[in-house]
Design a protein around this ligand. Structure first.
Ligand SMILES: *Cc1c(COP(=O)(O)O)cnc(C)c1O
Length: 394
């Protein structure tokens, strides 16, 4: 074992089951480890590095902005933060943006806003939040209480009160659960960590309708599927519905830590000065980079590329599915694709790594592919050929 890994095991909390690889450099869809071995990266920092590693625009803006202003706190206005907020509002259903530092924090903000809105409009008693079985919303106490996975909640009792779970893609169960005490419904338009589970065609429309009828706030957690991942800037655009609140993080900064909560004007009014805050949220450094990332996604043909290459990728995986009985189903949209196996995925992930490809599982048995949006056909072909070979042997 390398001394790097020994030191990590000695000095750091053992919170991650890491792969025994130390990465030192990246460029585009490639990364290299300490020994100089090259990998094609189909993880992209978990759906984060959409423009690829060492993207020139990111490097340039980082350098320029770091010479101007890195951080001053939200006691003052800064220009990049306003630019990013304007660009997000101009390209979404939303009227206002709150910046923070991660997906969990964006969801915390959404939960707080929904509660405060309900308290202002309806008084106390309307405070329950419904989320989905198998969902993932983060690791803080509130967001893990909203996460429908026992393995993430185990050992943290008492969890926060006020969360109720229903199965994803089940409007009947949602309707039954949506009583007077419910203030919000929180859902990922496509469940990422849950195993790349897509909504049935009319599910999100039905969800929107029920929420409007019962006066429950609809929150879309687009932390993983937003920012162009599915071929539209936001995943919900595919389904012809808009939420009241949306959260973003992962790809928003291409690797710099940033989260955002967006909402319509009506909902935003429930937050006033002092009602919510963060020291770091939306620093000039990070928002300058994010603005460049968002512009690039919108202006450089990345959405079109994601749609066509994602389609190609899915077809190639479906071909594999017809050939290998280990593959149960191929799912996903754009460049979030999942291959459900009849067997644990870990040995396949390891074999891919040995062959020079980074991939990751969602749940035990779903191979998940969330590469940079700039991934090319020959990179996909090489991965698919490798998977074909590995599946032959397993
Ligand atoms: C990753 C993720 C989060 C949590 O984001 P962090 O930045 O890790 O806190 C929340 N929701 C979804 C859908 C995610 O994929």
């Amino acid at each position: 074992m390398s001394t790097t890994i020994e030191s990590a095991d000695k000095y750091m909390f053992q919170t991650y089951g890491r792969f025994p690889v130390t990465l030192v450099r990246g460029e585009g869809c490639r990364v290299w480890d300490e020994e100089g071995k090259e990998y094609i990266d189909f993880v992209g920092g978990i759906a984060v590095c959409s423009l690829g590693h060492s993207a020139p625009i990111v490097t340039r803006v980082l350098e320029e902005q770091s010479k101007k202003l890195v951080h001053v706190s939200n006691l003052y206005y800064t220009l990049p933060q306003i630019d990013l907020a304007r660009l997000l509002v101009e390209n979404s259903f939303a009227d206002r943006v709150f910046f923070c530092n991660s997906g969990a924090e964006a969801n915390e903000a959404a939960i707080k806003l929904a509660r405060r809105y309900a308290n202002e409009i309806s008084g106390t008693g309307k405070h329950l939040i419904i989320s989905m079985d198998n969902s993932f919303h983060g690791r803080t106490m509130a967001t893990l209480s909203a996460t429908g996975q026992a393995k993430i909640q185990t050992g943290y009792d008492p969890l926060l009160e006020g969360f109720r779970f229903v199965p994803f893609n089940d409007l009947n169960r949602l309707e039954q659960a949506l009583d007077e005490s419910v203030c919000a419904v929180m859902v990922e338009p496509i469940q990422g960590e849950g195993g790349v589970v897509c909504p049935d065609p009319d599910y999100l429309k039905g969800l929107r309708k029920l929420c409007s009828e019962r006066k429950a706030t609809l929150i879309f957690d687009e932390v993983q599927v937003g920012m162009g991942r599915t071929g539209r800037l936001f995943c919900h655009e595919h389904y012809g519905v808009t939420p009241d609140i949306m959260t973003l993080a992962k790809a928003l900064g291409n690797g710099l830590p940033i989260g955002a909560m967006l909402s319509t004007e009506e909902f935003s009014r429930a937050f006033g000065p002092g009602s919510h805050a963060t020291t770091f949220g939306g620093t000039p450094l990070v928002t300058a980079v994010s603005t460049a990332v968002l512009r690039s996604i919108l202006d450089d043909g990345l959405l079109e590329h994601c749609t066509s290459i994602g389609h190609y990728f899915k077809e190639r995986l479906e071909e594999l599915g017809r050939k290998h009985s280990l593959i149960k189903e191929v799912r996903g949209l754009g460049l979030i694709l999942g291959v459900e196996l009849n067997t644990p995925g870990a040995p396949i992930v390891t074999a891919c790594q040995e062959a020079g490809f980074l991939i990751v599982c969602a749940q035990e048995n779903v191979l998940r592919f969330v590469p940079p949006l700039i991934v090319e056909k020959d990179e996909i072909d090489r991965l698919v050929e490798t998977l074909d070979r590995i599946l032959d042997k397993n």
